[in-house]
Write a protein that binds this ligand. Structure first.
Ligand code: BGC
Length: 244
């Protein structure tokens, strides 16, 4: 089945048609900057632009950087607060005229890695962390996603972890990969002691740079980069968009 997968993050919004049986992207992905301010009006328009770019007429699955409960936006860390409470799927359907399912962006990346990537055929507890503008999390137990875990918002050193360890923080504070790697190690160590996952998969923008900081990860034997790298969000969004 072909589904248009759209991955919406705090910095970029990217889409591509995906073959949901193989996880392959069927066309080159199309990326636009996330508009600032990241208000519903501005972002809905960009989703329309992505669908029009592919002249899309089928189903759409979308990863969104917030907890999504029964179709409603529950949190807004890296998007405008006016998103809270909105029925984001119907907002996107109005502008695309296509049936649309919306889930949390990190949950989407987790679904993709379990179906086609580092978590394929893996038993036990997998923790997928996406490192980008924010920190996203997906917990998957024996193949079953526990949605909306929001573990980027754990407290670490007296602050919300994502404010200490997100890729946007690395850029803003001009941290070297060594400096940032040590912070990330603290975060993963904290997660490890809370959940004891069998495997930790690193996704998001920082997954491409894994080699530059992996030596700092003291639980390195448990940690792997996402196989689908930064495309995991698009592929997982498409999986969520399949009809039942
Ligand atoms: C949001 C999460 C999201 C993550 C990555 C966090 O700030 O609260 O819902 O998954 O950023 O985009």
């Amino acid at each position: 089945m072909k589904v248009l997968g759209i991955d919406i993050g705090g910095s970029g919004m990217k889409g591509a048609p995906v073959d949901t049986r193989t996880g392959e992207l069927l066309a080159e992905r199309y990326r636009v900057e996330t508009p600032q301010p990241a208000t519903p009006e501005n972002m809905i328009e960009k989703v329309g632009e992505i669908a029009r770019h592919f002249n899309w007429r089928g189903r759409i699955g979308c990863g969104f950087p917030a907890a999504i409960l029964q179709g409603k936006v529950m949190t807004a860390s890296n998007i405008d607060k006016s998103w809270i409470g909105r029925e984001v799927g119907s907002d996107f359907e109005k502008v695309t005229n296509c049936p649309t399912v919306v889930i949390n962006d990190a949950d989407a990346a987790g679904l993709a890695e379990v179906a086609f990537g580092a978590g394929k055929n893996k038993k036990g507890l997998l923790f997928v962390v996406t490192v980008g503008t924010g920190i996203g999390s997906a917990l998957i137990n024996n193949g079953q996603l526990v949605a909306n875990t929001e573990l980027g918002h754990l407290y670490l050193n007296g602050m919300v972890a994502e404010k200490f360890v997100a890729d946007s923080v690395r850029k803003k504070e001009k941290l070297s990969w060594d400096e940032w790697g040590k912070r990330f190690d603290q975060y993963l160590g904290h997660i490890y002691k809370l959940f004891y996952p069998d495997m930790i998969i690193v996704g998001g923008g920082a997954s491409k740079k894994y080699k530059l900081y992996k030596e700092h990860l003291s639980i390195g034997d448990k940690v792997v980069p996402a196989v689908l790298l930064n495309n995991a969000g698009i592929v997982g969004a498409a999986l969520a968009g399949r009809s039942n």
